[in-house]
Design a protein around this ligand. Structure first.
Ligand code: AMP
Ligand code: MG
Length: 396
């Protein structure tokens, strides 16, 4: 029996390097992982510019008390540059984003200015008010976004503001996915007595995509050695192979045996609950993950072992999700010596994060995942949880 953490370490040490980088258009790079450190080629904003619609003036012309009249000598829309320089006693009508004209250093918002034909009357104002300084967002030469960062909307906008059209991103890890079991049938097809619809290929395909992977769907394989062998060999062209079912100790649990034959296998009992045996190893050059068949157990094993592996393969800097503390609102039975994961509902109530379980926690009860918004993570050393105690939660 090994611990969850030992298992995670054993998986991650097998992943030596990420997939190769590829060039992507910025417009196709959402949720992809940056494969370069991006340095700013120039300051953003590139010039001092106005933060408001108003009037640019020289601070020497700002009255220290009372008001003062200034002549409006030009109008500057965003995108226009003023050729001349501001002289004493002058102001320039300026729009948000327009570069601050030479000689000016402060902008009056139009709301505080009194318009008198071709002049304006201005009150007192702090020097440099309403000016966005050159480089206040990003300075030329600095690393703006580090390699290994997932590109969210903000990062994409930042890259565009640097003039980037393309970026280097890690290729999405290709993950071959298959379900095993004579009883498992495709949704949409008739279901005979004793058969169940394949749930795992849907939870796992979505989980693979959420973790940045690309799914190669290899369907459902019956519990037959030769078919399983052929399908695993086909799967080995991928970066990783994920199967569900067939890894426990039943007569028809063939995954371990077939993998021993066509690949290399490391078979573990992980000290966790829901905890089923997990097969990890290789088939060809692909990393192999044989997940349990029970739908909750396979999702959990994915979250604990496959997701960090795909994150590492996909070049991400951050491999694990965030956990934080919440108050348990109910008693939770817990055996010492293994890590237990319950499906929880996390809510902000009475000024604190509070968490309850979703009800029955059996490893086949998939509705307990659907009803939840977090995992409640109870460490190995912990015993029963009493209401009011603090527990760790990981939102999903
Ligand atoms: P196994 O480890 O193959 O014995 O599977 C354990 C349990 O999970 C059994 O009750 C299977 O019927 C069920 N199971 C296996 N694969 C799937 C699947 N793809 N979707 C839903 N349930 C499954
Ligand atoms: Mg089975």
């Amino acid at each position: 029996m090994i611990s969850v953490q030992d298992g995670q370490n054993r998986v991650l040490t097998q992943i030596a390097r990420p997939t190769a980088p590829e060039i992507l258009l910025l417009s196709q790079a959402r949720a992809r992982v940056l494969a370069e450190d991006v340095t700013a080629p120039f300051d953003v904003p590139p010039t001092d510019n106005s933060a408001v619609d108003g009037y640019a003036v020289a601070s020497a012309d700002i009255p220290s008390s009372g008001t003062r009249e200034l002549a409006v000598v030009a109008e500057l829309p965003a995108g226009a540059v003023f050729d001349g320089a501001l002289a004493a006693g002058q102001a320039i009508r300026i729009m948000t984003g327009a570069p601050i004209p030479r000689g000016a250093d402060t902008v009056y918002p139009q709301e505080v200015v009194e318009k008198l034909g071709r002049t304006i009357r201005v009150p007192t104002l702090r020097k440099a008010a309403n000016v966005r300084m050159r480089g206040e967002d990003v300075q030329a030469g600095t690393v703006v976004i580090e390699r290994g960062t997932v590109l969210r909307p903000a990062e994409l906008g930042l890259l565009a503001s640097l003039g980037r059209v393309e970026v280097l991103a890690y290729r999405r890890p290709r993950v071959a996915l298959l379900s095993t079991g004579d009883e498992v049938v495709e949704p949409g097809s008739p279901r005979k007595p004793g058969q169940i619809y394949d749930a795992n290929r849907f939870t796992l395909a979505a989980s693979i995509e959420s973790a940045g992977g690309e799914v190669l769907d290899l369907g459902i394989v019956p519990d037959l050695r030769d078919e399983l062998r052929a399908r695993l060999l086909e799967a080995s062209a991928a970066d990783a192979v994920v199967t569900s079912g067939g890894v426990s100790v039943g007569v028809y649990d063939l995954v371990k045996e077939v993998l021993d034959d066509v690949g290399a296998i490391d078979f573990w009992q992980v000290a966790m609950q829901p905890g089923r045996p997990l097969a990890f190893g290789r088939v060809g050059t692909a990393h192999f993950f044989g997940l349990p068949g029970n739908p909750v157990a396979s999702m959990l094993a994915f979250l604990l072992f496959v997701r960090p592996a795909l994150h590492k393969l996909g070049g991400r800097r951050r491999l694990f999700g965030d956990t934080f503390e919440a108050r348990a609102t109910e008693a939770m039975p817990k055996k010492k010596g293994r890590r237990e994961f319950k499906r929880g509902v996390l809510q902000w109530m009475d000024g604190a994060w509070q968490v309850r379980t979703t009800g029955p926690q059996g490893s086949g009860i998939l509705s307990s995942m659907a009803a939840g918004n977090c995992l409640i993570v109870l460490d190995e050393e912990r015993g029963d949880v009493a209401p009011g105690e603090t527990v760790l939660v990981e939102p999903f």
